[in-house]
Design a protein around this ligand. Structure first.
Ligand SMILES: [Zn+2]
Length: 343
């Protein structure tokens, strides 16, 4: 029994000596396993208890429990200190210098075409218009027939249109959206329709088989050509500058009557003539007209009661003019050296 008591006290003092040397939580864990684990030194000593007399066993057993408890208490106290130290060391290592410049990723920006679309739509939203969108894959009926361009009509150049089947095509203009809106809603209608359109053009510096348009449509009681001119005048001043003047030239579109093309005074020279306007002083920016009564009635709107105007703007041409871009292909190549200029 004396042997066992001595062994226990020897284990305790060795443990305490070792514990004083421990400097990390992993070392403390190793120490716990070595002394207090199932195969540890304390357990090994307690196996010797079988040689004790029944009177001796509880005395040694009590002592063994006291020693175990003392060791466990010392170990957890040491662990608290070690964990605090390790935490402090970790925080010190990860210290942030808030005076350093921030590390940020490179921010992208709106594409110049979408800047122009946003700006134009923003002007019309401010005038009480709403934005309408429609499918890019469209029925021939909506793209042509409902706009007074029946099959075989000379103005309907099938060479220019991407047909998917006899009756389905890639829309060559955003006008089908107007038809869809008129068909579904009653006047007053005030919409702008921005979107992609497709034509079988060969890609060069001024042509692309895919480009963007914004069309506008107003249908209400007693809408006149004067309303159209006033609206376009206001729009052009807002987009191209307060001094901008507009000029209407008679034109023909099958879906409007009368129809016109609209020029604005050149933003480069104010009308005197320069390189931008090819010395003409005027730049063509859009097509417009009064909605043809047959288009209205075809969409279930009575042309005896209602009238309307429509207009269409090419986004690429506007963006190229605005930003001085001389090749349309730059707008689609996604070259960041080009796009970075529009931040
Ligand atoms: Zn000019």
């Amino acid at each position: 029994m004396l042997d066992l008591k001595e062994s226990l006290s020897a284990i305790h003092s060795t443990f305490m000596d070792q514990l004083n040397l421990v400097s990390s939580s992993s070392e403390a864990e190793n120490l716990r396993v070595r002394f207090l684990g199932k195969k540890g030194e304390l357990t090994a000593v307690l196996r010797g208890m079988s040689s004790l007399t029944p009177e001796e066993r509880p005395v040694v057993g009590q002592l063994a429990n006291d020693v175990r408890e003392a060791m466990e208490t010392s170990l957890s106290e040491a662990m608290l200190v070690i964990i605090e130290k390790e935490k402090a060391a970790r925080l010190n290592e990860q210290k942030i210098d808030i005076t350093l410049p921030p590390v940020t990723g490179e921010l992208g920006s709106r594409h110049p075409l979408y800047k122009v679309i946003d700006e134009i739509c923003g002007i019309f939203l401010g005038l009480g218009y709403t934005i309408a969108e429609g499918p890019e894959i469209e029925y021939d009926e909506y793209a042509f027939e409902r706009l007074r361009l029946p099959k075989g009509h000379p103005a309907r150049d099938t060479q220019d249109t991407f047909y998917i089947s006899e009756n389905i095509l890639l829309r060559p203009q955003t006008s089908p959206v107007q038809v869809r809106v008129m068909e579904k809603s009653k006047p007053p209608i005030k919409i702008v329709c921005p979107g992609k359109v497709y034509r079988a053009d060969t890609l060069d510096s001024t042509h692309s088989p895919i480009f963007h348009q914004i069309e506008g449509l107003v249908v209400d009681y007693k809408v006149t050509m004067g309303d159209l001119i006033g609206s376009l005048q206001l729009f052009c001043k807002k987009l191209f500058g307060e001094d901008t003047k507009i000029r209407l030239r008679p034109h023909h579109f099958p879906f409007t009557e009368p129809s016109c093309e609209v020029d604005i005074s050149c933003w480069g020279c104010g009308g005197k003539g320069c390189r931008i306007c090819k010395s003409e002083g005027w730049i063509e920016v859009l097509g417009a007209g009064m909605v043809h009564p047959e288009v209205l009635s075809g969409c279930g709107i009575d042309p005896e009661i209602y009238s309307g105007f429509a207009f269409g703007i090419g986004v690429e041409r506007t963006a190229m003019g605005r930003f001085g871009i001389d090749d349309i292909r730059l707008l689609y190549e996604n070259d960041v050296r080009f796009l970075r200029q529009f931040r």
